[in-house]
Design a protein around this ligand. Structure first.
Ligand code: AP5
Length: 209
C-alpha cells in the first residue's frame, strides 16, 4: 500500500509514519530527513537546500522531485511506502501521480496552538532521527536517544519565528493539496490532537477502512 501523510509542520507526521512503517513493514520516506542528511553530509543538494530550510521555506520543486523519484526506484518500495512531507505543492503531487500509484492520503489535523507546543519541545536523535518530545515522548536519559544512545538536538527550524513562517508556507503552498486529493477521492481526515497512541489508532483504522 502506498500512503501519503499530509498535514502542517509539527502535527505528528514523522511520529505516526515511523510507527506505521514498523507495522506495515514498508519504508518511511521523509523528505525533510533526506534533505537534513544531505545538509549534514555537505552534498551539492544539501548546500542548495540549506538556505531555504533554515528560513522555513520550501526547497525548489525540481530538487525535491528528483530526490524522491530516485528514492522510489529502490527495491524496498516495491511492497509499498509511506511518504512523509511529500508532496507539498500541486506540482509535486502531479509528479508523484506520474511516478507511482497513491492508495490513500491521510490528512492529520491539529490546532496551531498544539503544533507550536509540540515543536517547541521537540528533540531529534542526531544518529537515528528518532523523534522525542520533552513532555510527551521523553527519553529515559536526558539528552540521549533510548534506541541508539545518539545525542539529541533541537532542529534549527523549530525556533518560534521559523515555525510561524513554516505554518504560513504550509497554508499557502501545501493546504491546496487537501482539495486536490479530495477531488481524487483519496483523502481521509484524521484528528491528530490526541496522545500519540490514540492518533496512531485513528490513522490505522482510517487506512484499513
Ligand atoms: P520536514 O522535516 O518535513 O518538516 P515538517 O513538514 O515541517 O514537519 P515536521 O517534521 O516539523 O513535523 P511532523 O509533522 O513530522 O511532526 P513530528 O512527528 O516530528 O521539512 C523540513 C523542511 O525541509 C521544510 O521546511 C522544507 O524546507 C524542506 N522540505 C521537506 N520536504 C519538502 C518538500 N516535499 N518540498 C520542498 N521542501 C521540503 O512531531 C512534532 C513533535 O510533536 C515531536 O516532538 C513529537 O514527539 C511530538 N508529537 C507528535 N505526535 C504527538 C502527539 N500525538 N501528542 C504529543 N506530542 C506529539
Amino acid at each position: 500500500m502506498n500512503i501519503i501523510l499530509l498535514g502542517p509542520p509539527g502535527v505528528g507526521k514523522g511520529t505516526i509514519a515511523s510507527k506505521l512503517s514498523k507495522k506495515m513493514k514498508v519504508p518511511h520516506i521523509a523528505t525533510g530527513d533526506m534533505l537534513r542528511e544531505n545538509v549534514a553530509q555537505k552534498t551539492d543538494l544539501g548546500a542548495k537546500a540549506k538556505n531555504y530550510m533554515d528560513k522555513g521555506l520550501l526547497v525548489p520543486d525540481e530538487l525535491v522531485i528528483e530526490m524522491i523519484k530516485e528514492r522510489l526506484k529502490r527495491k524496498d518500495c516495491k511492497k509499498g511506502f509511506i511518504l512523509d512531507g511529500f508532496p507539498r505543492t500541486i506540482n509535486q503531487a502531479d509528479e508523484i501521480s506520474n511516478a507511482a500509484r497513491v492508495d490513500k492520503v491521510v490528512n492529520l489535523q491539529a490546532s496551531d496552538g498544539i503544533i507550536v507546543k509540540r515543536l517547541s519541545r521537540r528533540r531529534v536523535c542526531s544518529q537515528c532521527s528518532f523523534i522525542y518530545h520533552l513532555d510527551f515522548i521523553k527519553p529515559n536519559r536526558e539528552g540521549f536517544c533510548d534506541k541508539c544512545s545518539g545525542t539529541l538536538y533541537q532542529r534549527e527550524d523549530d525556533k518560534p519565528e521559523t515555525v510561524k513562517k513554516r505554518l504560513k508556507v504550509y497554508e499557502k503552498q501545501t493546504e491546496p493539496l487537501i482539495k486536490y486529493y479530495q477531488d481524487k477521492d483519496l483523502l481521509v481526515d484524521v484528528d491528530g490532537s490526541g496522545l500519540p497512541e490514540e492518533v496512531f489508532e485513528l490513522v490505522d483504522e482510517a487506512i484499513a477502512a
